[in-house]
Design a protein around this ligand. Sequence first.
Ligand SMILES: Cc1cc2nc3c(=O)[nH]c(=O)nc-3n(C[C@H](O)[C@H](O)[C@H](O)COP(=O)(O)O)c2cc1C
Length: 180
Amino acid sequence: MHQGPEGLDGGVDLAEVVAPGVNEEAKRSLLRQLPHGVYVVTSGSGDRAHGFTATWITQASFKPPLVVVAIRHDSQSYASVTASGAFAVNLLRKDGRAIAERFFQPPSASGSRFGELAFHAGDATGAPILDDALGALECKVVHVFDRGDHSVVVGEVLGAATCRGGDLLLLADTPWKYGG
Ligand SMILES: Cc1cc2nc3c(=O)[nH]c(=O)nc-3n(C[C@H](O)[C@H](O)[C@H](O)COP(=O)(O)O)c2cc1C
């Protein structure tokens, strides 16, 4: 599942091709302008269910349907997603800021709940789906690229379900920053 650096850059030593002296200020401000949604990525099941707020997520293929999620390599979240081999991307509604805040520090699960938030097991992978989400994409982990402080986890979409519906909460709707 893991692919080394040679698979990432075709054997080219990136240190030689990355321009030195990147303008830090421009890099930060431009990267922060990339549009992002706000999601809760869940994995595991039952009392071992795990969830964390994520924003570095995008679609990466039509056929098969793939999404990529960047997950901090040294986090419990990364350990949970890679150990379970599946995850759900819970899309949050515009009114879902309090849910996102709940998952800044991954809460423990008990009896199909993260605290006051109920979840159910997805049909396709068993990954937790938040009842209050806009909807959820269930994914099987098909590849992990370990390179930087976040690993790029590639998931194949095996299931999709609308929960409450509505419009997606965007990072730009919030005062939060994650990027740069
Ligand atoms: C607005 C926001 C967006 C975030 N996006 C990501 C993300 O895309 N990937 C990630 O690994 N962590 C992201 N985090 C951090 C996680 O939500 C969480 O703090 C982290 O997983 C906790 O570490 P742990 O899994 O070791 O408990 C984000 C945090 C905030 C506040």
